[in-house]
Design a protein around this ligand. Structure first.
Ligand code: DGI
Ligand code: FE
Ligand code: FE
Ligand code: FE
Length: 187
């Protein structure tokens, strides 16, 4: 699918703020793909679609999870975790995107997981460091993103776990799997 078509498909489903975030994630993802030798076209497409389902009604996200092969475990966790997996299913069903590299990057963009592909790391990180974001410690992650993709991704995951624990929120197991896997990788 052409980028212009992807943008046109996504735009009606997002508020201006969310759409602008999406475009910044795409720009950041293309930069990282260029830097780390991944397909810029695929990274851009994955980024454009990553938050496609972010503003769908919760009952619709729930229905999509129930009626697909997605893990029903998701329903036991915060509804913020639902939009990536649902978008990964919908881009195939609605737009015919079969590339599993693109779909996995969309699916796991919120939680990460063990053994993340380069494309998954790029989208996870681009979503975290796009220029509109301001999290504590983000500038260190932005600097590291220019030098070491895995380590920058680990820093972002660590910060997210820290933030979720401070909020006393539940944490989806894939987030811990991503943390453990990347930590071991760097040993
Ligand atoms: O969709 P975005 O806002 O661009 O970013 P995202 O998809 O990475 O994250 C969406 C939200 O999900 C964010 O507020 C943090 C939250 N989140 C991420 N991992 C977990 C989580 N919330 C809970 N409760 N548990 C998690 O493991
Ligand atoms: Fe998201
Ligand atoms: Fe994220
Ligand atoms: Fe996002």
């Amino acid at each position: 699918m052409e980028i212009s078509e992807a943008v046109a498909r996504v735009k009606p489903h997002l508020t201006k703020e969310r759409f602008d975030h999406t475009l910044r994630v795409a720009e950041t993802a293309v930069h990282l793909a260029d830097l780390y030798g991944e397909s810029k076209e695929k990274a851009e497409l994955a980024a454009i679609f990553h938050d496609y389902a972010k503003q769908f009604p919760l009952h619709e996200l729930e229905r999509r999870i129930t009626s697909s092969s997605l893990s029903k475990d998701l329903l036991l966790y915060h509804h913020e975790l639902w939009h990536g997996p649902v978008a990964a299913v919908l881009v195939e069903q609605e737009f015919g995107i079969k590339d599993s590299g693109i779909r996995d990057a969309i699916q796991y963009h919120t939680t990460g997981r063990a053994k993340m592909s380069k494309m998954e790391r790029i989208i996870y990180l681009a979503d975290y460091i796009e220029p509109g974001r301001s999290f504590p410690g983000i500038d260190e992650v932005r600097e590291m993103a220019e030098k070491n993709l895995k380590f920058a991704c680990l820093m972002a995951i660590r910060n997210s776990i820290h933030y979720l624990m401070q909020k006393k929120a539940t944490i989806y197991p894939d987030t811990f799997h991503a943390y453990n896997d990347l930590t071991r990788c760097l040993d």
